[in-house]
Design a protein around this ligand. Sequence first.
Ligand code: GAL
Length: 952
Amino acid sequence: MALLRFFSIWETILKIRLIATVLLMLACVTASAAPRERLSLDRGWLFHQGDIVQPPILGHEESYGNAKAGSAGGAAGNEYDDSDWRRLDLPHDWAVEGPFDPKANVSQGYRPRGIGWYRRYLKVDPADRGKHFELQFDAIATHATVWVNGNVVNRNWSGYNASYIDITPYLRYGDALNTIAIRVDAEAMEGWWYEGAGIYRHSWLVKRSPLHVVTDGVHATPRLVKDKQWSIPVEVTLNNSGKTAGDVIVEVTVYDPAGKQVAQRTAPARVSVLGTSAVQLPVTINNPALWSIEKTNLYRVTTRVLQAGKAVDETSLHTGFRTIRFDAAQGFFLNGVHVKLQGVCIHQDHAGVGVAVPDSVWEYRLRRLKELGVNAIRFSHNAPAAEVLDLVDRLGFVVMDENRNFNPSPDYMKQLEWMVKRDRHHPGVVLWSVFNEEPVQATEVGYEMVRRMSAAVKALDDTRPVTAAMNGGFLTELNVSHAVDVVGANYQVPDYDKYHKAYPNKPFTSSEDTSAFMTRGEYKTVKEKNLIASYDDDAAQWGNTHRDAWEAIDTRPYVAGGFVWTGFDYRGEPTPNEWPSVSSVFGIMDLNGFAKTAYYIHQVQWIKDKPLIHIAPHWNWKQGENVRVMVMANVETIKLLLNGRALGEQKVDPYRMNNFNVAFEPGKLEAIGYKGGKEVVRTSVETTGAPVKLELIPDRAKLAGDGHDAMPITVRALDAQGRAVPLADNEVTFAVSGGGRSIGHGNGDPNSHEDEKGATRRLFNGLAQLIVQTNYDSKDAITINASAAGLQAASVTIPVQQVAAIPYVASADAPLTFVRSWRIAPDGDARPDPNQKLASFDMNTWGWGSPPMRAAAGSKYHLYRASFTPRKNLATGTGRIRFASIKGKAEIWLNGQLIGKKDSYAAEPLDVTLPAGAGKREINVLIEAEPGQGSGIEGHVTIEPGLLVSSK
Ligand code: GAL
């Protein structure tokens, strides 16, 4: 049932997206000036792994040129030859594609990261001249420098925040290509876990009216006024990149979950040229449907900017009405109702895909947490992708949103402020966390730093408490706990009561606990093989087992709740092991979201409204072997039976679980749960035979053919009676055909060094997971075949629903080199020597220009000079130099040789064969003007592939 409900949530999300897309497309077709277009920039990138270092600049001319706007050289520049770069679509994580290296960083999962470059070309319609263009990168790991048309336009030194870049001033329109170049330095580390490498979240191009609402510029965080009366003190921030001051009407409309308008307000605003204005539009909403973990009622807030009665910009967000309160004695209250936080900490990588996790795989991950009974998530130790918080609001979780870098200096404060501005409308966010475990936490320095960061948060959102995850120092004279609203404790269980006794009025939560170890499907610890048994007996020295940690939290009413380290395994931090272990074993689930024993321990502790019972381990052992059986149930008593024979009955222990020692005999081990003496639930495990065939289980019934939708497929091996074989380790080969492809796979083995992208994957303790994604614009079903030596193959076909494409920017190819940077000799009536020398220190005798370059009627001769490096594929003489238009007679000289002539005065195109040869060339264009007429290079000059079409 629960599964069905979540299927339908996902289907609804898909439908809403489909309708929104269609509406947007209609809007584009019907109104030439669509108020705002947010176009996906995920398609059509070129990628080079490794750094591209430019040779040192030595000459004066190069030094001078290098320092000028738009003149970035090498791969950062306009004309770099990237024709042999790899083509790919975003999101992309290159670290997960490569092999493991025992010499690489253990915390990053022994994945070398390094440096990479991305480039992309962009054409801009001249009809869009005057609009405001913003590039958005939702996250790039880790240090990124972005150039547009050779100008550095952004430097971002964090892999966990977005960059919004106004590229309007640098754009070229029409046929001229715009170049985006990005150098990504993933040697830089911000964490001690796997962080991936590259542009691993979405990218966008947002086209807006010059007078527009800035990104994240609508502050709409509801608050309760009294009784059932709520207000949203909406504040809208406008910017004007236009050439005249603008008078506009800002209109805010609130729609209820059914789409009915429930409030509207307008206010006038004036925005000066290149200025910013903030407009207040408080709205009142009476008796709204409240947002809660169970009922995720979401309201839409739409902001329109009207200029002369016409909507010039429009943006929407969703929000929800709920109250939150952290009580020092009783913990957390949502809408006045007590909720114990049954939380998990999670990092952001998944099997097969690294940190480039498709949104729909995030939906799968969150759905798995929901099924487990999780109601709270701490996105440790960084803000998640925007799409993840949308899912959080829709599926119903409360969230601790955490800042990455603890530093109140201006650059870092911007990262914190970005997070709060982007996320403050989400009803799911209930806590802002400014840090995790900082050594200065027990000192005045830590206190002063947090005080500033907390004030910055409060200035942007005073509706939520600020916390910090401390792992000690709570009781020093002056420490961070004095500067936060809710004290967060990582581990330190003995300090819980001490702190509460010393500060009984300070709200308190565990911000991180547990750190227990188990390897999925293993029930014996084998140290030499880095395998840890799944009976919840092992934890880090600083941590506790799952059972101990939860008991400590659940039995203390003043502790608002807990956040288990962690919900899922993640790459890196293979504690307590090192190589050959490459991923952590802390997870309640493995890297694929497959359940470990911890999953069932927490599930029976956290889900109270339906009877549950589980048995660990599987039932494939040696005859007579003494097996420890753990039964996990949320009922009153349980009974265990082996092949129908009662082995014992026990009262359920909700904290410790129930344990039995059983001498193994093959057959069926069954557990029955009772309430009030009546059987309410039962489960069993059976001894299986050897595997005979494979099975593929898709996570959902269909996929959307939008090139983004993806799903995990569970791979198992079955015995002759169709039972999943728990210890199967067959190597499976995948073949994916039709409208999609494999984007990776995993099996949850923390010691596996298999290629996550290849065609094969071994089952680990009976399971593997393949992730498939639709191709762009596809409607063909995806067929997956899985085969393994000695087993019957499996095949499954997943229907693909044709949907409108997510609006996107078409990728432009760049087979051309544009010759853009020219020197212009002084005019004269005497024919100049076209190959005359110009001293390399002379930056002023000759002028500077870029086509179109027109000289007015007057002097007879005009000389233009440029240099260019043709693309590698043109070195054999198969290219041409194309002048879109030259007015006047012309001679074309290349490296001192006359290579082409134009004999007419009329403005005409000219094609000249590019002689064979590699490297940099100097071109001189000598133009003779028609007496009394202007002349010049009037159109683009390009170096193109292809033999000559016409030459004069
Ligand atoms: C904590 C830390 C986590 C993780 C964990 C492992 O100290 O906050 O990021 O390292 O330990 O036990």
